[in-house]
Design a protein. Structure first.
Length: 76
């Protein structure tokens, strides 16, 4: 693989950045950070957002791999 797609990198970074406050909110530490993170619903919403961003980032990566495999003519 020559390089990773930019959309993969952006989605993964945003997913990890969403995961950090989600864990803080669900662990109960979110109250000290921000009043919105005191609600467990906010933690669940951030967790769902993080998971969807991380999963969405894999689509461009898989498409890039398939395109590179197609260019080299490798058959499976």
């Amino acid at each position: 693989m020559k390089h990773l797609p930019v959309s993969f990198i952006v989605c993964e970074i945003l997913g990890v950045l969403s995961l950090i406050p989600a864990i803080a909110s669900l662990a109960g530490v979110g109250t000290a950070l921000h009043p919105i993170l005191a609600d467990s619903g906010a933690g669940i919403a951030l967790l769902v957002t993080a998971v969807s961003l991380i999963i969405s980032g894999f689509f461009p990566l898989v498409l890039r791999r398939l395109a590179e495999r197609d260019e080299t003519g490798v058959k499976q």
